[in-house]
Design a protein around this ligand. Structure first.
Ligand SMILES: NC(=O)c1ccc[n+]([C@@H]2O[C@H](COP(=O)([O-])OP(=O)(O)OC[C@H]3O[C@@H](n4cnc5c(N)ncnc54)[C@H](O)[C@@H]3O)[C@@H](O)[C@H]2O)c1
Length: 251
């Protein structure tokens, strides 16, 4: 019996230049997919694509609708179609909510929430046309349980979870699934940046101590969960899977 495969399929991964998105791009390529890697860091996206058999690296800001539309068009021109969309790009800055400047909310909402809406709005029509497809969003356990110092980020990720479920309902009739992966603290450049902030080290250590498996996740472990939704059973939709060492255990 052969295992899951994405042979002949095309995946678009946002935020694929580094961290979790890069691991996802590598994992989906390993399953046989051609991959469009989209990132604000265009040279980084190109460099990540260079290591893969059939891939392109494209520069775009997921928080900007016109930039998203252009990236999706370029991906389809380069690779012919989109079968799998992974909305992974995200950004965070830890700070108590009462100390936030509203400008910070704008940036958090643009990247973490609008970025998902933008890409789904432009890429899912290509799946509707083909009457099949897989959408995988990357939210966070912060969106399930809340996380102090990340109030607006948590709100965005909670929004991504609810949006994924609603989208799953709307597009099921076209043979498209939508599921969400919620990483817990994961060893990536973003986490290293958070660690270097004022109370970052203390907060992350406290989270690891509260994690039953007592360690950070590896990016490859998050990528494995994304691959399950992208290439696994077609009858799974509207689901949320935490990969967080047991940090949250939803009922
Ligand atoms: N690392 C963690 O502990 C953790 C925990 C929970 C959830 N997550 C989520 O996982 C996803 C990936 O996080 P990561 O840790 O790999 O982060 P990372 O910062 O290491 O990588 C994120 C990538 O997204 C890109 N990006 C950021 N803003 C963008 C924009 N506006 N347009 C296009 N690309 C943009 C960055 O350039 C970068 O390449 C994010 O959605 C994040 O919220 C991460």
């Amino acid at each position: 019996m052969s295992g899951p495969s994405l042979d002949g399929q095309v995946a678009l991964v946002t935020g694929g230049a580094r961290g979790i998105g890069r691991a996802i791009s590598e994992r989906l390529a390993g399953l046989g997919a051609a991959v469009a890697i989209v990132d604000l860091d265009e040279p980084g996206a190109r460099a990540a694509a260079e290591g893969l058999p059939r891939a392109v690296g494209l520069g775009a800001d997921v928080g900007d609708y016109a930039s998203t539309a252009d990236a999706v068009d370029r991906a389809v021109r380069a690779l012919g179609r989109i079968d799998v969309l992974v909305c992974n790009a995200g950004w965070d800055k830890m700070q108590p909510f009462l100390e936030n400047e509203p400008a910070l909310w704008d940036r958090l909402i643009a990247v973490n929430l609008l970025g998902v809406l933008n890409f789904c709005h432009r890429a899912v029509p290509h799946m509707v046309e083909g009457r099949s497809g897989r959408v995988v969003t990357v939210a966070s356990d912060a969106g399930r349980a809340g996380s102090s110092g990340e109030a607006v980020y948590s709100a965005c990720k909670g929004g991504v979870i609810a949006f994924t479920k609603a989208l799953a309902r709307e597009v099921a009739r076209f043979g498209i699934t939508a599921n969400c992966v919620c990483p817990g603290p994961t060893d990536t450049p973003l986490l290293a940046e958070i660690r270097s902030e004022e109370t970052g080290e203390k907060v992350i250590d406290a989270i690891v101590r509260a994690t039953p498996l007592r360690r950070l996740a590896r990016a490859e472990e998050i990528a494995e969960a994304v691959a399950f939704f992208a290439a696994g059973p077609a009858h799974v939709t509207g689901q949320v899977l935490s990969v967080s060492g047991g940090l949250t255990m939803a009922g």
